[in-house]
Write a protein that binds this ligand. Sequence first.
Ligand SMILES: Nc1ncnc2c1ncn2[C@@H]1O[C@H](COP(=O)(O)OP(=O)(O)OP(=O)(O)O)[C@@H](O)[C@H]1O
Ligand SMILES: [Mg+2]
Length: 466
Amino acid sequence: MRSLFVRILLWFGLAMIAAAVTSFIVGVIAERQARDVAPPHLVQALGIYSQTAADMIERDGPAAVNAYFDRIETLSGVHAYLVDENGKEISGETLPAGGSELAQRARQKTGLVNDLTQGIPLNAVAAKSPKGATYVLVAQDSSFRRGPFWGLPGRPGSFRFTLIAITRSLLPILLVGGVFCYWLARYLSTPLEDLRGVAQELADGKLDTRVSDKLLKRRDEIGHLGRDVNLMAARIESLVQAQRRLLGDISHELRSPLARQGVALGLARRRAGADAASALDRIEREGERLNEMIGQLLTLTRFESGTDGLDNVTIDLGGLVREVAEDADYEAHDRNRSVRIVRDEPLSINGVPEMIRSAVENVVRNAVRHTAEGSSVDLTLSAESSNGHRTALISVRDHGKGVPEDVIEQIFRPFYRVEDDRDRKTGGTGLGLSIAARAVRLHRGSIKAMNAKDGGLVVEIRLPEK
Ligand SMILES: Nc1ncnc2c1ncn2[C@@H]1O[C@H](COP(=O)(O)OP(=O)(O)OP(=O)(O)O)[C@@H](O)[C@H]1O
Ligand SMILES: [Mg+2]
């Protein structure tokens, strides 16, 4: 119900129904108010007809009255009946529906009365004959144009009749209005959907995405917005490309002097005495760290460029998780820790194996690094489904100290490390989780970390299943 399309459709639809119902009600009220009111010429004419008929019936008999009525009908289109004091039509004709009741009403009232609920309005006027009897002329104006509700089933005024009448009067409005509303809703929401798609692609790192030409041709605000989005995307793309190129170039260029430093270090070791050994060890260690950091940076810049040009294949997640767990367990054993798979379901996704492996590895490595001595890192791989979409969930749980709640979101930022880990010798560069997050997002997945209730960090990676 949140979509703009549905809202526009609903609001305009409701407005139309409200307008139609109101006009229907106003029409009904107006019709009610028109009761017993008729155009003066009709009042006058019916007055004359009734008096003439009342005089004639006693003087010349019903046949003459009938001839008179025939003439009236030919001349004015009014079909008339004459009802005597006993409520009988003088020539035995059956009165139209509602006619007897109306004649009864006319008898108790001077002047014209009418019944407008019958489709063709019925009018009645009473007249006194020379002998003092009261006759009522009931007239049906057949030149009257049939109303829209003529011939509907049910008695006029009844619930069924009203319901059918409303439905019938609403149906054309709803049909025409529905088509119009649908068109309007699409007209407004489709370009916004397109813009949203472009924004999502940009957010996913496809920085060369642009708004379609069709949308750009529009001269309204949406067209302006489209052009602005394109300008913005072009600017972001050039900025990001420049930054990536710089980062990539620097990382790449740093490798050569580092390699030369390694060679020089070897020479220095041979020439220097035992006194220099510890200092040279330190230089070697720092060099290795630098090398590792450059490697990570290069991976991150590569991942930042998106998945284009990389092999997109079916990945057997179960197999991948088992391999990562085995490798990590092997390394963890040296430090008296272990990695175990608590549960795994057969699941596969589409993607770049190198990226997914890197993401899982980084998370598992962190867990091994932070889990308490003697404890284990628990991995689960399970399927989740929401809104009909299946998702693979990889959860990595350690038994360490966890991360302070206020910085838990930040650990996915490049170079971010929690205070304690900055001074630690064993600490990493702070790039692992940003690499993982980038890889996961490129696969339209999500990654999040939370502290377990009984201690330790849980990192959950969700990836849409194939
Ligand atoms: N399982 C964990 N338990 C506690 N803290 C963690 C855990 N995983 C990550 N962290 C914290 O998040 C920070 C960022 O992690 P990240 O993997 O990005 O970097 P790193 O492990 O320090 O270095 P790198 O992975 O690049 O070698 C870590 O420095 C650490 O402070
Ligand atoms: Mg790490």
